[in-house]
Every structure is written in C-alpha cells, then in structure tokens.
Design a protein around this ligand. Structure first.
Ligand code: ACO
Length: 330
C-alpha cells in the first residue's frame, strides 16, 4: 500500500473534523466529495452559504456530507470576537478590529480549531503561506516548549537507495527564514514526530545539514548547526540525531563512514534538517524536479493543533491528501 493510501486509511479510523476556510475555492469544493466518500474527515466549509452553493454548482462539486458555516451568522461569532479581543488587547487590538478579523475566514477557522469546534484546518489554495500562518500563530500559537514553527516535506524519491526506502523528511522548507540553533533543534524533534506519525518510520535518523562535516570547515553558520545538534541531543535525548553533516555524509553510507566515523546516523539519515529556510526551500524543490520526487507538504509543525498549508498550485487530490494528513495528526 502506498504511503498516501496508508495515511488516508489512518484518517478514516479517526473521524476528525477539518475546517476549510476557502469556501468558494473551486478545487477545495471539488475535494469535498472524496473527503466524505473516503471518510477522511468531516469537512466544514466557511463562507456565505449562497455564494458557496453557487460556486459549487459552477464547479460541478457535490457538497453532501459537508457542514457550511457562515462566520457572520454563526451563533458563536460574538464569543469568538470577544476571545480574540481578550487574546490580543495587550497588543493594541480593539474590539472593532477583533470583529473584522473574525469576519476573515482564515482567522475564524483558526479560532474554530482553538475552541475545539474543529480538530484541524487546511487552507492555502488561494492564500499565501504567510496569510495562512499568521492567524494560526496568533490564535492557536505554538505547542508547549516550541519557540518556532517549521514546515516539513515528505519526499518520496523513486528508485532511491537513501532514506527510509526512498522516503525522507526535509525541514524547514516553508516557515522560519532565519532559525536560531534552538529553533533548529526543535525542528529536529518535530520532524522526527512527522516521520513516525505520517511516514511510519520506526526510527527516524536525523542529520543536521551544513556545508561542513564534523568541523571540516569553520564559520559562524557552521557553528550554529553544531550548536543546534548539541541542543537537540541534550533536550531530546530520545532522538537519533547528529551533525553537522554535508548532505552526502548524512545520506551515503561510505561517505558517512569516512567523514563522520563513529556517528550513530551518518550515512543513514532519513530526516534532514536544513540550516535555514533558503536552503530548505531550494533543496526540496531541486530534489522534487531533478529526482522526480513526490513532495508532500508543507506539513506545518510546532503549532499547538494541526494547521496545514496548501500550495496555490495544488490539485484536488493534493487537497484530499493534505486533509488526510491533518486528520491523522489531530
Ligand atoms: N514560529 C512561531 N511563531 C512565529 C513565527 C515562527 N516562525 N513567526 C512569527 N511568529 C509569531 C510572532 O511571535 C507573533 O506572535 P504574537 O503576535 O502573539 O506576538 C505572531 O506569530 C505573528 O507574527 P507577525 O510578526 O505578525 O508575523 P510575520 O509577519 O513575522 O509572519 C510568518 C510570520 C508568516 C511565519 C513569516 O515569517 C513568513 O511569511 N514566513 C515565510 C513563509 C513563506 O513564504 N514560505 C515559503 C513559501 S512556502 C513553500 O514554498 C512551500
């Protein structure tokens, strides 16, 4: 069974409720039929009901089994406005601004997840990553002990001898432009969880990537990765993590053995933590294009409840898959 089929099967056993705030977006509406038919989640679509029904009719989408919630008419709208105001008044938010924010489906969706009306959120078919993330960061916030959110990709690389049968987790490829050493250590922990929960990897082996292997080069950015490795080992002793590694030392057994002898993971890594967002974002796209890899994500890690971002170029199938992953993590 393929990894995605396994994820959908796991989702179907959970019966979670996932809110989709982009209620008139065509691909989102078309995805509802499969989400319901495969019992992947109970979907909630946000927006004006007549506009949603008109968009569905234009798209030929079947919305049976989905709940439609219009934020402006929701019985709990005023409660959400008040809750958001209380959360942010110390930052200068006024009641009027709180009301305006709750009329924005992205903010309303994050509040639904915060308040437990939904178990997770999926958006981004028509909004940027930043616009999807900001409400989630302001309302749901990071999980306890986590200082920065990251976005991982599950890379399924055909005919590949590296990673876990050609499956690897890459992070951060989507969120934090300039991570600190502490942030990188947390990305290692969160990505290992993703590897276990979504990829079924029994033992994630994490490589902290750099242009240096175990001190072969010296520079402050290398020092940051070495420090991140030390923090990860200290804070998360249960992890199999090491670095700093060049990519070949992380992945190729013979190179790992010669450049990092004695390392518990060199040459066997299946989770790669990139030193910053530019490297991570470029890295996943190069592997996706050159190796014709399937890149599933970004899977947002470190938010207290699961929120996932879609690419604006996503397909209907991508939306169904991301809803399934969100449900599994809920
Ligand atoms: N992790 C955790 N919390 C964060 C982070 C982070 N990385 N960044 C900001 N926050 C918190 C802030 O502390 C703030 O909290 P507070 O208001 O309660 O104090 C809240 O989130 C909002 O912060 P802002 O400053 O308003 O948000 P900002 O404008 O900095 O945006 C964002 C944050 C959206 C994560 C931004 O850094 C961003 O756009 N990142 C890059 C996203 C991107 O474009 N990715 C590449 C494309 S995706 C792809 O190719 C797959």
């Amino acid at each position: 069974m393929s990894l995605l089929a396994e994820i959908k099967e796991k989702a179907a056993k959970k019966g979670k409720t996932i809110v989709l705030p982009e209620g008139t977006e065509k691909r989102t509406l078309l995805a509802i039929k499969d989400i319901v038919a495969q019992k992947i989640a109970n979907p909630i679509i946000l927006g004006d009901e007549s506009e949603i029904r008109a968009a569905a009719s234009d798209a030929g989408a079947d919305l049976s089994g989905a709940e439609i919630v219009d934020p402006a008419k929701a019985a709990f709208f005023d409660d959400y406005v008040q809750a958001f105001y209380e959360m942010r008044k110390s930052k200068g938010l006024t009641l009027d601004q709180a009301k305006a924010s709750m009329l924005d489906p992205l903010f309303f969706a994050s509040m639904m997840v915060k308040m437990g009306k939904a178990d997770g959120e999926v958006a981004g078919a028509e909004n940027t990553t930043g616009n999807v993330l900001r409400p989630a960061l302001q309302i749901i916030k990071t999980a306890p002990g986590i200082s920065a959110v990251s976005g991982s990709f599950i890379m399924i690389v055909p005919n590949c001898e590296y990673g876990y049968n050609g499956i690897l987790v890459f992070a951060d490829c989507a969120v934090t432009p300039m991570p600190t050493a502490e942030n990188l250590a947390e990305f290692a922990k969160a990505s290992a969880q993703t590897a276990v929960t979504l990829c079924g990897m029994p033992e994630p082996k994490i490589g902290m990537l750099s242009f240096s292997t175990k001190g072969s080069a010296s520079h402050e950015v290398v020092d940051k990765v070495a420090k991140a490795t030390a923090i990860a080992k200290e804070r998360f002793p249960e992890l199999k993590v090491d670095g700093e590694f060049q990519a070949d030392a992380a992945l190729v057994p013979s190179v790992g053995a010669s450049k990092a002898p004695g390392s518990p993971v060199a040459g066997q890594c299946n989770v790669l933590i990139f030193p910053d967002l530019q490297a991570g974002n470029i890295g996943y796209k190069l592997v996706q294009r050159f190796a014709k890899a399937e890149a599933i994500g970004p899977i947002l890690q470190g938010i207290d409840k699961p929120v996932n971002d879609l690419s604006r170029g996503c397909s209907v199938e991508d939306i169904v898959n991301v809803v399934a992953m969100t449900a599994v993590r809920a």
